[in-house]
Design a protein around this ligand. Structure first.
Ligand code: S5P
Length: 263
């Protein structure tokens, strides 16, 4: 078991150099939540209603803002107000994947102005180091954090082996801005304390027919030593009450974490 995986989130927050990571780790312990919900809905009001319901159970809201049909600036204001009301951070899952100059514009400008409201965003490393440098020019002065997609949850993903390894090295080199990874497990032997977030989490089903692969919170947090579970349809897609489902995942994630740190 890695040393960091045995520490509490607060112990890690106390010494963490990245401001967003520090804030996130603190509120994870405060809310007893390592749950991030992926709200992949396409209407502004559906998103806001769901976020208000599940807000008490999450440490991090994950958005795909470009799937919202009636997006406007007011939606962002309301999301930020909900983040303050329920105490969670916002992660726009933009998965940038272009050259540094282009991602700078995509991150700061356009319709969504992601850098102005999202605490955290993420990128693929396929373009090389320039993508991180470009995003950092925009995000670091604003106190934002970046996650690198080191692995993916989907069947047949090409993000494996030397690609994953090179991604870890890029994160260490830019550890002032890179605060963590999207990954299936904690990577051993890292020098910095990166927050590992894992999508592809479900308690009831094993996949979705389009390549998504689900594992349980126990497998992800306790066995694979990741820090945060990302759950989408498991929370809002079953037809059951979303607030209750979010609580079910929060409890499962939290209990798995407690088992891990008491090992
Ligand atoms: O490898 C990945 C990376 C991400 S960020 N696999 C994923 O599924 N995701 C995202 O997590 C995906 O874009 C979606 O928003 C969420 C999973 O949703 P679910 O409904 O399958 O739980």
């Amino acid at each position: 078991m890695s040393d960091i995986a045995l520490k509490t989130y607060t112990e890690r927050a106390n010494v963490h150099p990245n401001a967003v990571a520090k804030k996130l780790l603190r509120l994870m312990d405060e809310k007893k939540s390592n749950l991030s919900v992926a709200v992949d809905l396409t209407k502004k009001n559906q998103v806001l209603e769901l976020v208000d319901k599940i807000g008490p159970s999450i440490c991090l809201l994950k958005t795909h803002i470009d799937i919202v049909e009636d997006f406007d600036a007011d939606m962002v204001q309301q999301l930020v107000a909900l983040a303050e009301k329920h105490k969670f951070l916002i992660f726009e899952d933009r998965k940038f994947a272009d050259i540094g100059n282009t991602v700078k514009l995509q991150y700061s400008a356009g319709v969504y102005k992601i850098a102005s409201w999202a605490d955290i965003t993420n990128c693929h490393t396929v373009p090389g180091e320039g993508i991180i440098s470009g995003l950092k020019e925009v995000g670091l002065p604003l106190g934002r954090g970046l996650l690198l997609l080191a692995e993916m949850s989907s069947k047949g993903t090409l993000a494996t082996g030397s690609y994953t390894q090179a991604t870890l090295e890029l994160a260490e080199k830019h550890n002032d801005f890179c605060m963590g990874f999207i990954a299936r497990r904690r990577f051993p032997g890292l020098k910095s304390d990166f927050i590992h977030m894992t999508p592809g989490v479900g308690l009831d089903v094993k996949g979705d027919g389009l390549g998504q692969q689900y594992r349980t919170p126990e497998e992800v947090i306790c066995e694979s030593q990741s820090d945060i579970i990302i759950v989408g349809r498991g929370v809002y897609g079953s037809g059951r009450d979303a607030a209750q489902e979010a609580e079910r995942y929060r409890k499962a994630g939290w209990e798995a974490y407690q088992r891990r740190i008491s090992k």
